[in-house]
Design a protein. Structure first.
Length: 164
């Protein structure tokens, strides 16, 4: 495998990751237990995520490749399984935020690695695409970490009220 093939493989991973995260963001954007501002940010980031997926798909096509149906399917199944795993938990909204925060950081790391690899391989358009995506992922990360204390406090308050 050469560097170009490796980058194509990583782009397929990124596409699958973005498509899978659509499920999580859709859930967040409609979760009435979350803060309205966070639901609004999740809805906006859902649209950004769809755009990221389309940018990655276009980059793959420009390299003469396409997305991987297998990787995309596995990404979607993974996100659905995570969502189903927390749906019956009382602290679902807390766990979902923790997972979303870690996934946003994972995306940042993936796009940072892809940008470096693409730059090294002389694929400046791919590198530039990654560099455009990273700030949007960082903004979502910031929104999640800012909302987390209030969401946790609200959840703990509800638990205490039920116990009283």
């Amino acid at each position: 495998m050469n560097a170009r093939d490796e980058i194509i493989d990583w782009l397929r991973d990124a596409y699958a990751m973005e498509r899978g995260l659509e499920t999580t963001l859709q859930k967040q954007s409609t979760n009435e237990e979350l803060l309205p501002a966070l639901r609004k940010k999740a809805s906006a980031h859902l649209e950004e995520t769809r755009g990221h997926a389309e940018e990655v798909k276009a980059a793959l096509q420009a390299l003469g490749s396409d997305t991987s149906a297998l990787k995309t399917g596995l990404g979607l199944m993974g996100e659905l399984a995570k969502g189903f795993g927390t749906i019956f938990a009382g602290d679902e909204r807390v766990k979902d935020l923790l997972t979303a925060y870690s996934m946003e950081h994972f995306e940042i790391a993936c796009y940072t690695a892809l940008a470096a690899a693409a730059e090294e391989a002389g694929l400046s358009q791919v590198s530039a695409m990654c560099e455009r995506i990273i700030p949007e992922e960082e903004q979502m990360t910031q929104s999640l970490i800012e909302a987390l204390p209030e969401v946790v406090r609200g959840y703990v308050s509800e638990v205490q009220a039920k116990a009283a």
